[in-house]
Unconditional design. Sequence first.
Length: 172
Amino acid sequence: MSFGRWLGELVVMVALAFLLASGIRTFVIQPYVIPSSSMEPTIEISDRVLANKFIYRFSEPQAGDIVVLDDPTETVQTLIKRVVATGGQIVDIENGRVLIDGIPIDEPYSLGAPTEPMVIGMPYAVPEGSVWLMGDNRPNSADSRVFGAVPLSDINGRAFFTFWPMDRVGPL
């Protein structure tokens, strides 16, 4: 094999590998770095997580899903939050507890921290085609209580796995 042919094959293989990796990152799975403490203790600052970017092409987010989205307030590039309610549900906060359709929800991931209403008026009817998102670290989370419900089209994917740091590797 001539050097020219070998070099040509190498260039084609590198280009194909780059295209394949770009396609996977764009349409299938994307890594994200966590920018804030809003999801502690579930996910900590600077954790690296993987998000499934195609799952919501076949289904809609459900309560309990952890999703990534572009920050509606543009304070940081990407947010990660938990879906608390979906379109058509009524969210209310009473005595530090979150109620969905008038029923208090069990939230072991918030470690009993009280939830305050913040900016958005309560009760709040989540519009169809939207979700209500909250961080697990309620006292330190700018979430739907600040920016309101988020349209499904703004959800980039569902976080499903922490891959860094090594002592925190595992499913979400």
